[in-house]
Design a protein around this ligand. Structure first.
Ligand SMILES: Nc1nc2c(ncn2[C@@H]2O[C@H](COP(=O)(O)OP(=O)(O)OP(=O)(O)O)[C@@H](O)[C@H]2O)c(=O)[nH]1
Ligand SMILES: [Mg+2]
Length: 193
């Protein structure tokens, strides 16, 4: 399975490109990628990046596909699916749990649904830690053409399968930690030492 790492955001809350910020001497996005490399079910990693960041990420030694839509995560997922079925994660998730990623992929391969998305008991979805099939593309295309870029709504309108987070090992929840603000960098440093 391909893993697509979304890296085309604006980092507005962070102020300055958060994915290139060094944590322990390493850019944030490489922490995310190195966690993915430990997942058995993933055989290829592609970064879905803005045009501006493409060369910088290639220089780290990773494949890049440029997102020309730049309409938010939905456009990143749409771009990723041009490569085939994909496990999609946000580039700002440096604490990914490889076993959890494998768990989602195994469920996705078995369920044969257009998407497999983690869901909290209160209904909140985690669409940037999820698996998508090419069968999700027609709905995405329709949404994009209609100017509705809400990925959660698209997932809910599809025949997705859901991964109930509260039924899984509690330590897997760390997978969803993502860096949005400068303060999150402090939290991250506490967790990776
Ligand atoms: N390829 C692609 N990735 C995106 C896009 N928008 C957001 N992302 C990525 O999706 C992930 C989650 O997005 P957010 O945490 O909301 O990040 P963001 O948009 O950079 O940050 P804010 O501006 O603070 O909301 C990050 O890794 C972003 O780089 C997009 O339009 N295209
Ligand atoms: Mg985020």
């Amino acid at each position: 399975m391909i893993a697509a790492v979304l890296a085309g955001g604006r980092s507005r809350r962070f102020g300055g490109d958060k994915l290139l910020v060094r944590i322990d001497g390493k850019p944030l996005i490489l922490h995310t990628i190195e966690r993915l490399e430990l997942a058995r079910e993933i055989d290829r990693i592609v970064v879905i990046s803005s045009r501006e960041n493409a060369d910088r990420i290639r220089a780290f030694g990773y494949d890049v596909l440029v997102d020309t839509l730049m309409i938010g995560p939905m456009g990143g997922i749409y771009t990723a699916l041009s490569l085939g079925d994909a496990l999609v994660v946000a580039g700002d998730m440096p604490l990914l749990i490889p076993e959890f990623v494998d768990f989602i992929i195994d469920m996705f391969l078995e369920a044969k649904k257009p998407a497999c998305v983690p869901r909290w008991a209160n209904g909140y979805l985690e669409p940037l830690h999820a698996a998508y099939s090419k069968d999700f593309l027609p709905l995405l295309r329709e949404k994009i053409e209609g100017g509705d870029y809400a990925i959660n709504r698209a997932v809910r309108e599809s025949d997705a399968c859901y991964v109930d987070i509260e039924k899984l090992p509690e330590e897997w929840r760390e997978s969803f930690f993502n860096v949005n603000t400068r303060g999150d960098v402090g939290k991250l440093k506490e967790r990776i030492v």
